[in-house]
Design a protein around this ligand. Structure first.
Ligand code: PEP
Ligand code: MG
Length: 597
């Protein structure tokens, strides 16, 4: 078997080596099952029965549709019935069961994949479109071959596997936490999609935007995921495997190289200090955040609390969770962001219509203002938890003073209710806003008069400023965090905050990117909040430079006209000013073709 190299977009650094497991909710994925010689006829008979049953079902369906909608519509199923009679397909499966001594469902699913691949490569558009028919009929046959409860889902995975999927939602990814997932790769997706953000925070190597990985990879193929260069290597040659195993060991041996930074402040050589905090998706990440010396939580994305469940989280549940995080961090700030659903994050307990442009749809604060009961429950929980530590409250996707006032009005109602019932909360709770919509950056001077702090969300600020969907891999080249307009909006926001004497942080993925951290430092941010595993490296970077050098870098960058020039300048200066931080990363920084985020 020759090795095949697929190139995608790097989403989370690291190397994973292990067997593939194709997870596709559209398809029924079947794990391999070996059978004994004497079971071969049984498996062939099971396959025959499944075909007969499926033919009956399809014929039934065809009759029904014919009666209700006319024969023209019923004809769609002719193609399905023909596929069920296809001698080559049937013989391929029977031969596979005999020769490979594996279960009927597993062999059938691999043959199906092979057919889908052949069809995908056909030039004729009509024939290419038959893939859908083949997949559809394949699903029906598989359903008749296996018990539903034998279907693998992430929750049930026990082995160490590399997950391959067409797409993964943030809620799929969150259920990978604490599973033996070695890494993952998807056909679509981008570096700032929430799925990629989750992978980074779990320290799981990931590659996205591979286009057709699910068609080219088969269950149990041995895979290498190179999350730094955005590569997936299918069935690597022994020599490749050896190189990667060595590289894996090297990365492992370097994983503690910044450990000395843990207890030290993020202070430049000339004495300018900033705060480095962690972004948190789920409370299970607290030990990592603490272990990496986070100075608190700069962004707690509470929406993950609402995912992977059919009901909404109760006030009590949320109170317990927020209190726990607050207690864990003692005096250090814990910035709880009110729920930001919509965009690429959906929950089952509330029906949110799928907008044509979800990122411009019913999302975050707009959702909360329209659903005051859900919002109030969360606000009550946060307020009650505020007595247990240094909680800060933050609203997402505020577009200007009007939304801030509306949200605060609801907050005041909740506070009044708590006072009536003598339920304690921190009367001085700091309430801040995320600056992630250009209109918020443009009105930052006004917002700064009414907010206790700002946190700039560049993941969204970039997409809304440049009109580039952050989750669309086709637009990856247009998603430019260093675009001059983005830098100007950041600068404007920082100046507005400082003019009113409030502090301003940045919690987008940019803050954990070593190539860009000095630029952000020079732009005057007081706080950088990032995925926990980036903290120590960024701290070392800050401690290696003078603030004055970072400021000159920012001044120079603000004068350049092209995002690519700014990015190059940042990379160059970072290496000149702090070579020791980059030396060991030489391989990834030279080869990583993914844009800085
Ligand atoms: C951002 O937009 O930069 C941000 C931190 O929020 P999220 O990624 O959750 O949208
Ligand atoms: Mg955002």
């Amino acid at each position: 078997m020759n090795e095949i190299i697929l190139k995608g977009v790097p989403a989370a650094a690291g190397i994973a080596i292990g067997p593939a497991y194709i997870l596709d909710k559209q398809d029924i994925v079947v794990p391999p099952r070996d059978i004994l010689e004497q079971e071969i006829p049984i498996e062939i008979a099971r396959f025959d029965e499944a075909l007969i049953k499926t033919r009956e079902e399809v014929a039934d369906l065809q009759r029904k549709i014919g009666d209700e909608m006319g024969t023209q519509h019923a004809q769609i199923f002719d193609a399905h019935l023909m596929a069920l009679e296809d001698r080559t397909l049937i013989e391929d499966v029977i031969k596979g069961i005999r020769q490979r001594k594996q279960s009927a469902e597993y062999i059938f699913s691999t043959v199906l994949k092979k057919y889908a691949k052949v069809f995908a490569e056909l030039k004729d558009e009509y024939l290419r479109d038959r893939i859908a028919d083949i997949n559809d009929i394949g699903r029906r046959v598989l359903k008749n071959l296996i018990d539903e409860d034998k279907l693998y889902e992430i929750e049930r995975l026990e082995e160490e596997l590399v997950i391959i999927a067409h797409d993964l939602s943030p809620s799929d990814t969150v259920s990978m936490f604490k599973k033996n997932i070695l890494g993952f790769a998807t056909d679509i997706g981008s570096r700032t999609s929430h799925t990629a953000i989750m992978a980074k925070s779990m320290g799981v190597p990931a590659v996205v935007a591979l286009k057709d990985a699910t068609l080219r990879i088969t269950n149990q193929d041995l895979l290498i995921i190179d999350g730094r260069m955005g590569l997936v290597i299918i069935n690597p040659a022994d020599s490749t495997l050896e190189i990667y195993r060595k590289e894996q060991e090297r990365i492992h041996s370097l994983s503690h190289r910044f450990d000395d930074m843990r207890e030290l402040p993020a202070e430049t050589k000339d004495g300018h200090r900033i705060q480095i905090l962690a972004n948190l998706e789920i409370p299970e990440e607290i030990p990592t955040a603490k272990g990496q010396g986070a100075g608190g939580i700069g962004l707690y994305r509470t929406e993950f609390f609402y995912m992977n469940r059919r009901d909404l989280p109760s006030e009590e549940e949320q109170y317990e969770a927020y209190s726990k995080v607050a207690c864990e961090f003692g005096d250090q700030p814990v910035t709880i962001r009110t729920v930001d659903i919509g965009g690429d994050k959906f929950i089952s307990s509330v029906q949110i219509p799928r907008d044509m442009y979800p990122f411009l749809g019913w999302r975050a604060i707009k959702f909360c203002l329209a659903q005051p009961q859900i919002f109030k429950t969360q606000l009550r929980a946060i307020l009650r938890a505020s007595v247990h530590g240094n909680i800060r409250l933050m609203y997402p996707m505020i577009s200007g003073p009007s939304e801030l006032r509306q949200a605060n009005a609801i907050l005041e109602e909740v506070k009044a209710e708590l006072r009536v019932h003598n339920i304690p909360f921190n009367e001085h709770l700091a309430v801040g806003v995320m600056i992630e919509v250009p209109s918020a950056a443009m009105t930052a001077d006004m917002l700064a008069k009414e907010a206790a702090f700002f946190s700039i969300g560049t993941n969204d600020l970039v997409q809304y400023t440049l009109a580039v969907d952050r989750a669309n891999e086709q637009l990856a080249d247009f998603y430019e965090p260093c675009h001059p307009s983005v830098l100007r909006l950041i600068k404007r926001t920082v100046d507005a905050a400082h003019a009113e004497g409030i502090h301003v942080g940045l919690c987008g993925e940019m803050s954990g990117e070593p190539n860009l951290a000095l630029l952000l430092l020079g732009l005057g941010l007081d706080e950088l909040s990032m995925t926990p595993l980036s903290i120590l490296q960024i701290k070392q970077l800050v401690r290696s430079v003078n603030f004055s050098d970072a400021q000159s870098l920012a001044t120079q960058a603000l004068d350049l006209r092209l995002g690519s020039e700014i990015e190059d300048l940042c990379k160059l200066r970072a290496r000149e000013l702090a070579p020791q931080v980059f030396r060991v990363d030489a391989r990834s920084s030279q080869n990583n073709q993914g844009k800085a985020i």
